[in-house]
Design a protein around this ligand. Structure first.
Ligand code: GAL
Length: 719
């Protein structure tokens, strides 16, 4: 009897656990340099189904392919019961980046994470606003796991006894090379699902791999021009008159402003929300929106999707909501067509239809205490876990559709996203407020296919305010979020002029930001990039600039040396390296990758393949420009140019070698560019026989948009 039981157990073990060997795993090359495999039986609902965006096949197909980027036999997958285990190889010198919007770490090798949509809680443990299951390798490839489950990641932390490179046992008593982190040769993941799709993106460079992922998920969003201007969010109980007053004050004081954000108090009730204008604070919403638009300012509305019993959509939507409430509001199941119609039709009629330009979609990320628990049920049958992982994707996709239907682009804010969300016109923000960590998040956004804003709210000192505003200017959304503090850009008189100069610089650089976003959209190149996506940057630099802190083994026998990673400088657009300064800092180190680099403000030579130490003064954020760079500037305008409005361009040239730039142009507001209504203009600077540089600009193609006014040239570097 016992013998039979043993045989049965062994048999059950065999059918419930199947190690898929390399030969069982089929990789299909779905575009040059993009491979897909399906392990076991994946869930029907996943990240790509939730985001539902077609890949930019044309752009992907134009890319050069190549060999599968790592030893294909080193990919191992095992389906065991309800779990899928994945194992991917790691070379000794390999570093990995990504796994979503982390705030403290850039190097992910050595991290243990549970990828779980949540409000960031101060630790990089996988719980974050966009826990994208994507990593990019320093060896030039990317891996994406298409699952809407919480995923456990052991990123080079676990050592297997059957590994070819299993770590050697060392004696801690005597061997100084003993380490608490023995070598691990794999990224291992546990997905609680009977199967999963995995995608691999080839390089050869990390940037090439990242851009393939971005194109595969639809390419970056192309914001309207106004989205790249300045935005202020007003106090939550402001009235229409106060908002208009605020917009006028910006104008009078000469501060740029393109859109104003209204916080929860625009509604009759909030938390849970009615989605209805408050009659006292906003008695005539349409007239209010028009009055603002006349002075060049648009309106963005705060919402979270949790519906108040007093909302006009409540009764209709009730059958299509989950079992649990959030702040006593019902939770729409946005995977159902009826829900989408009821909910977004109201938004279209009551907001977008009368002139609202965008949304800030709050609290779709988490905080376990208020969000639905994992035991919740939704009428579609999608599990609570999958709903949580994808809720941010669903609201971004569906709200953006309203604007598309009206042939108007939008650019808004959201607190949760995930894999597949690259193309949505939303920027992530949160309630955390550490300036240094905000910059690390900017860097990490570039390895995750999402956008992030290091918003400024208020500051303890004028210095802090200016330093924060400087970072805001070099970010995807230049925002002051004064929903609680009521802070204005001029609230710190000691630095009012410096803040204003920065804000105007943001506007002057509008043609640059716009062209760089077009490159994100059409070519998948993120407008903000971590240094490791930059050619000519090497991790050896990091070793030189950072040294290990002493490890006190008395205090913690397993202590680890401090990581060597660069978390405080990044690239923005094709040519600019930004090195923010933080409160209390007067000097800092900046790593200049290969090639010559120039000071953004003076055009002077700054260094070449080296680490420089700079003391920029309070009014400057250190920015360096690549040799041969051409940066398009416009006038210090207070509002982004409207459709059809001409803009003057001053091309600033830096360095001592010929340069080229691609300047993008379209109407700046609609989706007509999708029908070919756009132009790329080639800008060139070439050294003449007399040793002087001369610039030229190609004409716009016949019938294509041409919004350029007066063109001038400025040669920043004296020869
Ligand atoms: C927070 C959000 C803030 C602000 C506030 C209003 O959750 O992150 O930016 O909008 O809600 O209640």
């Amino acid at each position: 009897m016992l013998k039979h039981l043993n045989i049965l157990i062994i048999f059950i073990f065999f059918i419930s656990s199947s190690l898929l060997k390399a030969q069982d795993i089929q990789w299909e090359e779905i575009a040059p340099g993009v491979w897909k495999t399906t392990v076991g039986q994946p869930d029907e609902y996943d990240l790509l189904k939730a985001s539902d965006v077609p890949p930019k096949w044309d752009a992907l197909k134009k890319r050069k392919g190549g060999d599968f980027p790592f030893d294909i036999s080193e990919f191992k997958a095992e389906v065991s019961g309800d779990n899928t285990h994945l194992r991917l190889p790691l070379e000794v010198e390999e570093q990995i980046f990504g796994f979503g919007l982390n705030f403290k770490t850039v190097h992910q090798r050595g991290q243990i994470l549970q990828l779980h949509v949540d409000h960031y809680g101060g630790r990089d443990n996988g719980r974050t606003h966009a826990p994208v299951p994507l990593y990019i390798s320093s060896l030039g490839y990317g891996v994406f796991v298409n699952s809407a489950r919480y995923i456990d990641v052991y990123a080079g932390t676990a050592a297997r006894k059957d590994s070819d490179q299993a770590p050697e046992a060392r004696d801690r008593n005597t061997d100084r090379n003993w380490t608490s982190r023995p070598y691990s040769d794999a990224v291992e993941m546990l997905v609680q699902s009977k199967g999963v799709e995995v995608y691999v993106f080839a390089g050869p460079t990390p940037l090439e791999a990242m851009s393939r992922y971005n194109l595969f998920t639809g390419g970056g969003p192309l914001p309207p021009r106004w989205g790249l201007g300045f935005t202020q969010r007003v106090h939550k109980l402001f009235t229409a008159d106060q908002v208009i007053e605020e917009a006028k004050t910006f104008e009078e004081k000469g501060f740029p402003l393109d859109f104003i954000g209204l916080e929860p108090g625009w509604q009759s009730k909030s938390y849970p929300n009615t989605f209805v204008w408050d009659e006292e604070r906003f008695p005539e919403p349409e007239a209010f929106l028009n009055e603002l638009k006349d002075i060049g300012v648009r309106v963005n509305l705060w919402v979270n999707p949790f519906v108040s019993p007093e909302s006009p959509v409540y009764k209709k939507i009730l059958p299509y909501t989950g079992t649990h409430t959030v702040w006593a509001g019902i939770v729409p199941d946005f995977t159902i067509k009826e829900t989408q119609d009821i909910f977004w039709d109201h938004f279209e009629k009551e907001h977008v239809g009368i002139g609202v330009s965008g949304y800030k979609i709050d609290e779709v990320d988490g905080y376990d205490r208020y969000l639905w628990p994992d035991v919740a049920k939704f009428p579609s049958g999608i599990s609570a876990e999958q709903m949580r992982q994808t809720y941010g994707l669903l609201v971004q996709k569906q709200s953006a559709e309203i604007f598309r239907k009206n042939n108007q682009r939008t650019y808004g804010l959201v607190r949760a996203s995930n894999g597949g969300g690259t193309s949505f016109p939303y920027v992530i923000y949160n309630d955390y407020y550490n300036h240094e960590d905000f910059i690390t998040a900017l860097i990490n956004s570039s390895y995750s296919g999402v956008l992030w804003t290091p918003e400024a709210r208020a500051s303890k000192t004028a210095e802090e305010w200016l330093r924060r505003m400087q970072s805001v200017v070099f970010s995807p959304m230049a925002m002051i979020n004064a929903w609680s503090s009521g802070t204005k850009p001029w609230s710190y008189p000691e630095v009012e002029k410096e803040v204003k100069d920065m804000a105007l610089l943001r506007m002057q650089m509008m043609p640059y930001w716009y062209s760089e976003f077009a490159k994100y959209h059409f070519h998948g190149i993120p407008p903000i990039r971590g240094m490791d996506l930059e050619d000519g940057f090497s991790m050896n630099f990091e070793e030189k600039v950072l040294s290990d802190d002493d490890v006190d083994l008395e205090v913690n026998p397993y202590a680890e040396a401090v990581r060597k990673e660069i978390k405080d400088q990044y690239m923005t657009g094709e040519y600019l390296l930004v090195a923010p300064m933080f409160t209390g800092q007067t000097t800092r180190k900046v790593i200049l990758p290969k090639g010559k680099w120039y000071d953004f403000y003076t055009g002077d030579f700054a260094g070449e393949s080296e680490i420089i130490t700079v003391t920029p003064g309070l009014d400057k954020i250190p920015v360096y420009v690549k040799n041969g760079a051409i940066i398009p500037f416009t006038d210090p305008i207070l509002h982004a140019p409207k459709k059809g409005e001409k803009i003057n361009i001053e091309f600033r040239f830096y360095g001592d070698k010929n340069g080229k730039y691609h300047l993008y142009d379209d109407d700046g507001e609609t989706f007509d560019y999708e029908n070919g209504d756009f132009s790329w203009r080639e800008v060139q600077v070439v050294k003449q026989n007399n040793g002087k540089f001369k610039g030229s600009l190609s004409p716009a193609e016949k019938g294509k948009p041409d919004n350029l006014g007066k063109i001038t040239w400025k040669f920043m570097t004296s020869q």
